[in-house]
Structure formats: C-alpha cells, structure tokens
Design a protein around this ligand. Sequence first.
Ligand SMILES: [Zn+2]
Length: 279
Amino acid sequence: MSLDPSYPLIDIGVNLTHRQFASDRPLVIERARAAGVVQQVVTGTSVASSKAALLLARDHAGELWATAGIHPHDASAYDVAALASLRALSLERGPRGEALVVAVGECGLDYDRGFSPRDAQRRCFAALLALAVQLQKPVFLHERAAHADFVAMLREHRASLAGAVVHCFTGNLAELESYLELGCHIGVTGYLLDDRRAGELRRAIARVPLERLMLETDAPFLLPPSARKSHGRRNEPALLPLVLEEVARVTGHERQAIARITTENARRFFGLGPTVAGP
Ligand SMILES: [Zn+2]
C-alpha cells in the first residue's frame, strides 16, 4: 500500500527488536520507508530490548528512535540496577549530539494478564514515572484493565511530566475522557480495525482532538485482519497506512489531513528531527 509521499507517516510504537524481526529487520525498515513510514519510534520493553532499540536508533539516526522502559509484564525484573541502566541508556547521544531515547517506556499497568504481580507493577511504574520527570522526557504508557490505579498514579506525576502518550488505546469513552483531561496523547493501532473488538473504541477515537492523535502498528503484534492473507501473523510498520485509513474513516477526515497532523504531533511530542528518508 502506498501513500502520497508528501504526507509521510511516523510509527510511534514498533517492537523492532522482537525476535520475529531478527532475520529480516533491514527489509522491514526498507518496506516501511517505501510505504511512506519515514520515521519510527522503537519500543523498549526491558533493559535488554531498550539497549537493542538504542543501538538500532544509533545505526539509523534520523529514521529510528528508541524508548527505554520496562513493560508491566516484565515488572518483576525491575530493581535499582535496572533503573540505573535505563537512566544511562536514556542519556546516550547520536552522531549529531541528538537524543536517541525520546521517551521513558513502555511502562504502566496491565492487570489483564497478570504476568507480574500487581504490587511489582506499581513499584516499577512509579519508578519509571519518576525517571521521566527527572529526565524531562515524555512517557510511553501501557494500560490494560488497570484504569483506576493507573490514572491515580499518572495524576500524581502529571504536572511534572514533559508529556504522556497512552499507547495502543483500547478503552471506552469514559476512560478516554480521563486521559484527555490529563493532557495525554492517544496512540491508535490496528486494534481499531478488528470488527469484533472495536465498536466502542471507534466511537471513542472519533472524539479525540486531532492534535492529540498519533499512529502506531505495535508490530509484530496486532496485525490488521485485512493483511492476514498477505502477512500471515506478523504485523510490520509498512502496514501503518491501514491504521491511517481507518482513523480517517472513523473521524470523517481526509487521509492526508490525518497523516499530516499525526506526523506533526509525533515530531513535536518526541522532539524528532527532520527525516533523512523523505520530505
Ligand atoms: Zn503495550
């Protein structure tokens, strides 16, 4: 799928360090570029994956950036040494002195699957919120089935945070309102394309002010159903235009308008420099 190249897209959430991309990562980046996805923010979900994301960002300066964090699923692995590592990674600089780690995260709470005990999740989340405040970097947030605790913790730090994006928002209208009221940006994924799950989500997304919206694939996860035939099970950043198309449909705006504003939002939110791969 191609797009008018004068309207480049930015994928703000790609798990490019995932083992599913180990064998063909350069091709995945190449295909994204060809599809108009000119910049990507690579998600760090553990110390190891944050380090790997940073290395990718260094190798692809101007095209890839990294986040540094610990996913709530991995919160049991959090300790002071992990925090020190994430802080050190976050301070690394690119070839032109630019920040390579543009957000603290993935971080948050996930009570849905319970891969880490809830108290461990809260401890980890609190530490990463404090790190983001200290570094004055925005947070890249994950919340699932933990809305009340999550909002309470976020509210506590919100005034001192540089910015906050609720990545892969899948909640209802009331949850959306509370995020907007806290000044959060909203990350939209291919979850919006899944008819079985997206009814209420579509109504909520239609209500997000455009200046708060950003697009992401969350690849290799959340493959849009319409791409199953061509892509099997693995999502990739080149499929971001499918999310764009659905956001345009749901909000009633032109694709190009959504592309332009979400790209501007992402550049401003993460402080990304101009792209090296396109306009
Ligand atoms: Zn997530």
